[in-house]
Design a protein around this ligand. Structure first.
Ligand code: PMP
Length: 318
């Protein structure tokens, strides 16, 4: 498999082949590991790569590490700069994932991990965007319940939480669907395995509240702001019943990986006419223009990798 030239490991750009850990650190260290999924979008007209919402992602990464009682040696600002350096070093000139991971370096069993130093590694990998594809997907309600806040706290991005996500995704795929939607233990809608969910009813974009058992999604917050500040679409953050999925005019997943992903069918119910609906289409178009820097609003969300990389981070508009 093709791999990038460098990874960033604990403050150094390290050649891919040399970025290794000992086999004895596998296992326990991954149980408490936390990560981020971040994207950088290529703009061919400007020949520029835009890091999308790096500050927001590294703030959440810091929150995940805090929750795990990790003691990282690097600040969110350090890691934003590290990501810009890594993208440049790897000469990324296409849509690219940036994947930071933090783990206890000396973990030998699941207890007493707070004593271990924290390692941080950042890797890059190309991805293919679904934005503008016009594709809709088939979704189902999962038979697996979403983790609760008092169990494994889906609010943060711990690797172990994705065991729950994986069970739901594998089941959905086995049954011929693209993506599952998980309910919480009270039977209310939460999110997808790696994305948040919006429904549209009577022109209102509705998404489960942040206390329903979901990740504190950056894309969810962004879309709520875009609806309110730019598109004039009314929004609600509230509990969503399962039956509302079946009666919704539109449904879409959103997230760094999912981008804006319209649902055409859920549990055999066709959503609208099965194609992307007008509210989803408006959100998707604006989101696509913003991430690629074709729409210059919200410049604080985009870090140009090549144009500004030489400047100290403090000179980049906040
Ligand atoms: N929920 C889960 C479980 C996720 O893994 C993701 C992807 N990070 C999301 C929601 C969407 O979050 P974000 O918009 O911050 O990518």
């Amino acid at each position: 498999m093709a791999h990038p030239t460098y990874v960033w490991l604990d403050g150094q750009l390290v050649p891919w082949e040399q970025a290794t850990v000992h086999v004895s650190t596998l296992g326990w260290s991954t149980m408490s590991a936390v990560f981020e999924g971040i994207k950088a979008y290529w703009n061919p007209e400007q020949a520029e790569l835009y890091g999308w919402q790096f500050r927001e992602h590294y703030a959440r990464f810091a929150a995940s590490m805090r929750f795990m009682r990790m003691t990282p040696a690097f600040s969110p600002e350090d890691l934003v700069q590290a990501s810009l350096d890594l993208l440049r070093a790897n000469e990324c000139r296409q849509d690219t994932y940036v994947r930071p991971l933090a783990f206890f370096r000396d973990a030998t069993w699941f207890g007493a991990l707070e004593d271990s130093p924290t390692s941080i590694v950042i890797t890059t990998a190309p991805f293919t965007s679904v934005l503008g594809s016009g594709r809709t997907i088939r979704a189902c309600v999962s038979s697996w319940a979403r983790l609760g806040d008092n169990q494994m706290a889906p609010r943060i991005k711990c690797i172990s939480n994705y065991h729950n996500s994986r069970l739901a995704l594998v089941e959905a795929r086995q049954h011929g669907y693209d993506q599952p939607i998980l309910l919480n233990s009270a039977g209310k809608v939460t999110e997808g395995p790696a994305s948040c969910v919006f429904i549209v009813r009577n022109g209102v974009a509705i998404t489960p509240s942040i206390t329903s058992g979901i990740l504190e999604s950056i894309t969810r917050t962004t879309i709520l702001r875009l609806c309110r500040e730019v598109l004039g679409i009314p929004t609600q953050e509230r509990e969503i019943d399962r039956t509302e999925l079946y009666l919704a005019d539109e449904i879409f997943f959103c997230g760094t990986g999912a981008e804006v992903l319209p649902v055409g069918e859920i549990d055999g119910y066709i959503v609208g006419d099965g194609r992307i609906g007008p509210v989803t289409a408006a959100i998707e178009r604006l989101f696509h223009d913003l991430v690629r820097g074709r729409d210059s609003r919200y410049p604080e969300w985009r870090l140009p990798v090549y144009r500004r990389a030489e400047r100290p981070l403090s000179s980049v508009p906040a």
